[in-house]
Ligand binder design. Structure first.
Ligand code: ADP
Ligand code: MG
Length: 588
C-alpha cells in the first residue's frame, strides 16, 4: 500500500491561504487590487478590530454576473489570464486566481455584486464552504465583507498582533494604492474613525499631500527620467528633510507596490553621504518598463518582482534621483527648520563638536587660507550680481560672501536671498566629492613627503594595513612595510597635505578597522575613509577667512553635486529668501 495521498481540496485551499493571507492587511491588499482591476473609481474600506473582526471593501467597479460570482471563489479561478502567454505580460494587479478562495477558506465571507443594471448576487461562504447564493439588490460594483478572520485556524489567530498594529499594516497598503492611483477615490475607516479620505485628483503631488500633509509634499523634488523603455518619475525628498522612519518611501513598478532590495539599494546610493545614519528621505517613485522585462510571478503575495536587467533598473533609479537632487535648487530656507531638522542637528552636533574640540588642528591652513588669498583667474574675481539668474524658479549657482560670523560661518548672498554657510561642513563636502571622484578614477593626486615618516602600529593596525594596502594606495598613501610592525609613509593624498600625515593615516586605519567590523563592502569602505579624510582636512570653525578665500570656497561649494549637507549628513547651509526678509520687514 502506497503512503502518498492527494490532499483534499479544502486542505489545499487552507495551505494556499497560509501563503496569501498572513494578516488582515493581506486581505485589504488583495481586495483593493481586485477593485482596481475591476476599474473602480472609488474604493471604500471599513475595518473593525484592526481588521481581525471585520474587513469590508466596497467598490463601484465592473461587478460580476451570478455565475462569475460563484466561480470567483474557486481556487485558480481568474478572468485575468486567458492564455498561457499572458503570464509574460501581466497588466493587472491580480492574476493568480487564489486570493478570494484563500480568504474564503479562513474566514466567513460575504460577497455582494452586480454587473451593469442586472440583478445583484449575494454569496455567503463559511470556512471555504458556500452556504448559499441568492439574488440581492446592489448598485453596480462589488462589496466583500470578511468576518472573523482565522476563526478556523486558531494557531494563526494567536499570531495576530494588537488592533493598532494590524490596522497600521492595512493603512500602509491603502496608502500605497492611493498613491499609485490619484485619480480614484480612497476611503478608510476604522470603526467610527476616519483614517484616509482622499478625493480623486489629477495631480500626483496633491495626492501625496492628501495623505502625508502639505508640508511634506511642498518640499519634494520632482523626478523625471527616461532611458528607452525605462521611465522613472515621481517625487523625492531633500536630504535636509530626511525622516527618522522609512514609512514615506514608496516604490512602484508598473503600478504595483514593490519591496525590492535592488531598488532600495539604488535609493540609498543616490543619497549616500547626504544624510546622517538612520535617516531616510521621502521617496515616491513610479517605475515603468515593458511588462515582459519584469517577472511579477515571484511571490504569492506579489510584493516582489524580478527584473530581467536588474542593474539597468538599479542604475536608472539611482541616476533619476541623482539628477533630481542635483538639478534642483535644494537649499533649505530658514523657515524650513522644522522640529525634525532641529532634532537632527542636535543629534549630530554633539559628535561633531567633540571632534572639533579634541582634534582642533593647531594651524589648519586649508586651501582657503586666511593669509594667502586663493589666486583667481581674472574676470571671475567678483560675481556680477546684475547678471545672476532672475530669482523666480531658476536655481542660482553662485553666491558672494558678505562677511564671516564668529570666524565660523560665512554670510553670503545669492540670487534668491541671504545664505548662511557652515564653513567646515562646506569645505568637507567639497573635499569629499573631489577626493572621492579622484579615488574612483584611480587618479588621486599624491603629495610626496620631503621627509618620509615611520609609523609604529599595533598588531591589529598592522593586519588592517596589510589587508587594505591596495585601498590606501588608491587613496594616495604611499606606504611600505618597514620592519615587523612599522610602516614607512612617503606620500599622502594632496587633500591632506596640510595635516599631520601620520595622524591622518592612523585615523583612516582605525576607520578601516571599524568598517571591516561592520562588514562594509569596498565601496562603503572607500566612502568612509574619504569622509574621514575630508573631515580631517577641512578648515575648522573658529578660523578667520579673507573675503576672497570665502569666495573661492563658495564657488567650489556651489559647483558640488550636493551642497546642502556634509558627508556626515549635517546641513551645510540655509537661506533666508528675499521674500522672507521682505515679509519680515512688512515690505510685502
Ligand atoms: P485574481 O485577482 O488573481 O484573478 P482573485 O481570487 O482575487 O484572483 O479573484 C478572482 C476573480 O474574481 C477575478 O479574476 C475577477 O474576475 C473576480 N473579482 C474579484 N474581485 C472582484 C471585484 N471587486 N470586482 C469585479 N470582479 C472581481
Ligand atoms: Mg485578485
Amino acid at each position: 500500500m502506497g503512503r502518498i495521498r492527494v490532499l483534499s481540496e479544502e486542505l489545499i485551499n487552507r495551505i494556499a491561504a497560509g501563503e496569501v493571507v498572513e494578516r488582515p492587511a493581506s486581505i485589504v491588499k488583495e481586495l483593493i487590487e481586485n477593485s482596481l482591476d475591476a476599474g473602480a473609481r472609488s474604493v471604500e474600506v471599513l475595518l473593525t478590530g484592526g481588521g481581525k473582526s471585520r474587513i469590508e471593501v466596497r467598490d463601484d467597479g465592473d461587478g460580476m454576473e451570478r455565475d462569475d460570482a460563484v466561480l470567483a471563489l474557486e481556487r485558480h479561478a481568474t478572468s485575468k489570464l486567458a492564455r498561457e502567454s499572458d503570464l509574460e505580460t501581466i497588466a493587472t494587479l491580480g492574476f493568480r486566481g487564489e486570493a478570494l478562495s484563500s480568504i474564503a477558506a479562513v474566514s466567513q465571507l460575504n460577497l455582494k455584486t452586480a454587473a451593469g443594471n442586472g440583478p445583484g448576487t449575494e454569496v455567503q461562504v463559511h470556512g471555504g464552504q458556500i452556504q448559499g447564493v441568492r439574488e440581492v439588490g446592489h448598485p453596480q460594483g462589488t462589496t466583500i465583507r470578511v468576518d472573523r478572520l482565522f476563526f478556523n485556524v486558531p494557531a494563526r489567530r494567536k499570531f495576530l498582533r494588537s488592533d493598532s498594529t494590524e490596522l497600521a499594516h492595512s493603512v500602509r497598503w491603502l496608502t500605497r494604492y492611493a498613491l499609485a492611483h490619484p485619480d480614484r477615490r480612497f476611503h478608510l475607516r476604522h470603526g467610527a474613525r476616519r483614517i484616509i479620505d482622499a478625493d480623486p485628483t489629477d495631480d500626483q503631488l496633491q495626492r501625496i499631500a492628501q495623505i502625508y500633509g502639505g508640508e511634506l509634499a511642498e518640499n519634494l523634488l520632482p523626478v523625471e527620467f527616461r532611458d528607452h523603455d525605462l521611465v522613472v518619475r515621481g517625487y523625492t525628498g531633500r536630504p535636509v528633510d530626511a525622516l527618522a522612519r522609512r514609512d514615506a518611501q514608496h516604490l512602484f513598478v508598473n503600478g504595483r507596490a514593490i519591496q525590492d532590495r535592488v531598488l532600495t539599494h539604488a535609493v540609498t546610493q543616490a543619497y549616500e553621504n547626504t544624510m546622517p545614519p538612520g535617516r531616510y528621505p521621502a521617496v515616491f517613485l513610479f517605475i515603468e518598463l515593458d511588462p515582459s522585462a519584469v517577472d511579477v510571478n515571484v511571490h504569492p503575495q506579489k510584493t516582489e518582482v524580478r527584473f530581467h536587467q536588474s542593474s539597468r533598473v538599479h542604475d536608472g533609479v539611482r541616476d533619476a534621483l541623482r539628477v533630481a537632487l542635483a538639478e534642483t535648487d535644494a537649499i533649505p530656507s530658514l523657515s524650513d527648520l522644522r522640529p525634525q531638522t532641529a532634532q537632527q542637528l542636535g543629534a549630530v552636533k554633539g559628535a561633531t563638536l567633540s571632534y572639533l574640540e579634541t582634534r582642533e588642528a593647531p594651524a589648519a591652513r586649508g586651501t582657503y587660507s586666511a593669509t594667502a588669498p586663493a589666486a583667481r583667474p581674472a574676470g571671475t574675481s567678483a560675481v556680477d550680481l546684475e547678471r545672476l539668474p532672475a530669482a523666480a524658479g531658476s536655481p542660482a549657482r553662485e553666491a558672494v560672501p558678505l562677511a564671516q560670523y564668529r570666524s565660523s560661518y560665512i554670510v553670503a548672498q545669492d540670487a534668491r536671498g541671504l545664505v548662511l554657510i557652515d564653513q567646515h561642513a562646506a569645505h568637507e563636502r567639497i573635499l569629499f566629492e573631489r577626493y572621492l571622484d579622484e579615488a574612483e578614477a584611480n587618479a588621486v593626486e599624491v603629495q610626496q613627503l620631503m621627509f618620509p615618516v615611520t609609523i609604529e602600529l599595533s598588531p591589529h593596525e598592522a593586519v588592517i594595513a596589510e589587508q587594505e594596502m591596495e585601498e590606501f594606495e588608491r587613496l594616495g598613501f604611499r606606504v611600505e612595510p618597514f620592519g615587523e610592525q612599522v610602516v614607512r609613509l612617503s606620500g599622502v593624498p594632496a587633500v591632506g597635505e596640510r595635516v599631520d600625515p601620520a595622524a591622518l593615516f592612523r585615523e583612516l586605519l582605525g576607520e578601516a578597522a571599524q568598517a571591516k567590523a561592520a562588514a562594509s563592502d569596498s565601496s562603503a569602505l572607500r566612502r568612509r575613509l574619504v569622509t574621514t579624510a575630508a573631515c580631517h582636512a577641512a578648515i575648522k570653525i573658529n578660523h578667520p577667512l579673507t573675503l576672497s578665500a570665502m569666495q573661492a570656497l563658495l564657488d567650489d561649494l556651489y559647483a558640488t553635486r550636493s551642497q546642502t549637507t556634509c558627508p556626515h549628513g549635517r546641513p551645510v547651509l540655509f537661506r533666508l529668501t528675499t521674500e522672507e526678509i521682505e515679509r519680515a520687514f512688512r515690505r510685502r
